[in-house]
Design a binder for this molecule. Structure first.
Ligand SMILES: [Zn+2]
Length: 300
């Protein structure tokens, strides 16, 4: 091959990398998985998946390779206050034993003042995230009790991790947006980014124009990355994510429904730049929760 042909060929390859954003290498530093469900008793070990258990040993087995920390989630049931406290105490206790686990407690908004008191109690014990799942816990995001929980989260500087896909309430993502807008002091993670309703969050582009708007919404890519990340919806999804800002996206697997290692590959397949991947896998969650790298480098 003549010299000139080789130069043209090399130039072509460089252009393909820059224009098509075809990155062969990926971010290869620390990864934090903010969305893992843990079974707190043998009886609930296969509640989520017949194939994959989610006992403590299964969750700890996920801490490998680049994955250095995992958020462990419990979910509260209405009117079962003693159980709620016991479950919250269990995830807190596990996080004290294993530095690589982040406690994610839960309350049921319809427990009213008791739910708010439980938020205060776990906040004093160092918990920064409360999980709420409107479909599983059977409550309406638009109800005044949920607004009270959001108000309390703002006062306590806590983050509300909401499931954001409800097939029985198509208005739910609009209600979540309004909840975030009307509670600017609270911070929200919307898990799954609304799934098939993700275009709903394009409204944030309009909200950003208002002087009073506070960017208090983050999204985890659990479920949406493996399901839509490499589908015909990919281009629209990537456009939406980049318009909202990759500094507001987090990595989550939703284990045991999805495996963390495969979910990392699903995010790779979305073709973010390595810089964006670093934000999503690590930097954003560290900033949101003020995670000190020493906390997991000394992990047990
Ligand atoms: Zn989940």
């Amino acid at each position: 091959m003549k010299k000139i042909q080789i130069i043209v060929l090399l130039l072509g390859l460089v252009c393909f990398s820059a224009k098509g954003q075809h990155f062969t290498s990926h971010y290869s530093g620390y990864i934090i998985d903010i969305h893992e469900h843990i079974a707190l008793s043998d009886a609930e070990n296969h509640n989520f998946s017949a194939k994959q258990g989610n006992a403590l040993k299964d969750v700890l087995a996920n801490i490998k390779g680049h994955i250095v920390m995992a958020g462990i989630i419990t979910m509260a049931q209405k009117g079962q206050l003693e159980q709620t406290r016991l479950r919250n105490d269990s995830v807190i206790r596990l996080s004290k034993i294993y530095n690589c686990l982040i406690p994610i407690c839960s309350v049921h908004p319809m427990d009213g003042p008791d739910a708010l008191a439980e938020m205060e109690r776990v906040s004093k014990l160092g918990v920064k995230i409360i999980k709420l799942h409107p479909n599983y816990q059977r409550f309406d995001v638009g109800s005044p009790e949920v607004a009270e929980v959001a108000k309390k989260a703002g006062e306590l500087k806590m983050v509300l991790l909401f499931d954001s896909y409800n097939p029985t309430d198509v208005d739910e993502d609009g209600k979540l947006l309004m909840l975030a807008v009307t509670h600017p002091d609270a911070r929200f993670i919307f898990a799954h980014m609304g799934m098939v309703n993700f275009p709903q969050f394009i409204s944030i582009l309009g909200l950003k124009k208002y002087p009073w708007y506070k960017p208090n919404m983050w999204f985890d890519l659990s479920a949406i990355a493996p399901i839509l990340g490499n589908s015909p919806f990919r281009e629209q999804l990537m456009w939406t994510i980049r318009q909202i800002g990759t500094d507001h996206f987090l990595f989550g697997s939703d284990f045991p429904l999805f495996d963390p290692v495969s979910t990392v590959k699903s995010v790779y397949a979305m073709k973010f730049t390595p810089k964006e991947e670093k934000e999503i896998f690590y930097t954003n969650i560290c900033q949101l929760l003020q995670i000190d790298p020493k906390s997991f480098l000394s992990k047990k």
